[in-house]
Design a protein around this ligand. Structure first.
Ligand code: C5P
Length: 236
């Protein structure tokens, strides 16, 4: 069920990011911090943005041996972000270790963990000929989502077109966080399969991740409000 719009802060440094956020006045959109900004500005930028009252999805897509990912998640857990992610490709053992790293000594966990299934930049051709994965891409995506569910994760990053099937297989409460969203009649950029905010809502996405249609708009705050009203419908 539609929960919120997450703005992708794909900026190269702190200054550009803060200039952008200042356009929202007293409003505090849910934001995504990815590798570009995190590697340039470090954990401090996450603390600063959270401290201003924004919910944060930390999109670092971890993938390494279980022990290393457990330790990395332990290091990241103190940032107190709302959602963090990893690659399901790293295996169920790695996903379980990640959950352990995110869990506090008293057994509580404050950050949701979601998995990237198969990157939307990877097509059937690459999957079969280069990565030697014989299964159809859609089947591989669903299997990775089921692996994530079985490991105890909270959801996946997937295409809005896959949200309904993920919910059927993994349950209605298993989160689908979906990029590849464009306004009707807008630029597609490098996203191949796109849907509008209203279509993503109809398809059952829980969160949509929107970058350039908002960051590149003449009035980003107005574009964000429009996106929210289209996605959330009557639930705002
Ligand atoms: O600008 P745009 O709306 O295309 O931004 C989409 C955001 O979602 C980017 O930050 C991109 O890295 C991210 N993303 C994606 N496809 C995935 C995973 C993440 O577009 N499969």
């Amino acid at each position: 069920m539609a929960k919120d719009v997450i703005i992708a802060l794909d900026f190269p440094n702190r200054e550009r990011t803060m200039d952008f956020l200042s356009l929202f006045g007293g409003e505090r959109p849910y934001v995504k911090i990815g590798m570009e900004l995190f590697y340039a500005a470090g954990p401090e930028i996450v603390r600063e943005i959270s401290g201003r009252g924004h919910k944060v999805f930390l999109d670092l897509k971890l993938c390494d041996i279980p022990n290393t990912v457990r330790g990395a998640m332990r290091s990241l857990r103190g940032l107190g972000v709302d959602i963090i992610n990893l690659h399901a490709f790293g295996s169920s053992a790695m996903m379980s270790a990640a959950l352990e790293g995110l869990t506090e000594p008293d057994g509580s966990r404050h950050t949701k963990l979601i998995a990237v299934t198969i990157l939307t930049s990877t097509g059937e051709e690459t999957l079969h000929r280069e990565l030697l994965i014989d299964a159809p891409l859609s089947e591989a995506v669903m299997r990775y989502a089921e692996n994530a569910r079985a490991a105890g994760l909270d959801g996946v990053v997937c295409s809005p077109l896959e949200s309904a099937e993920v919910h059927t297989r993994c349950g209605a409460d298993f989160l689908t966080v979906t990029p590849g969203v464009r306004f009707a009649g807008g630029e597609q950029g490098d996203q191949v399969r796109v849907t509008t905010p209203a279509k993503a809502r109809a398809l059952g996405s829980d969160y949509i991740v929107v970058g350039r249609p908002i960051t590149g708009a003449a009035d980003p705050a107005a574009a964000w409000r429009l996106c929210r009203s289209e996605f959330l419908g009557g639930e705002m």
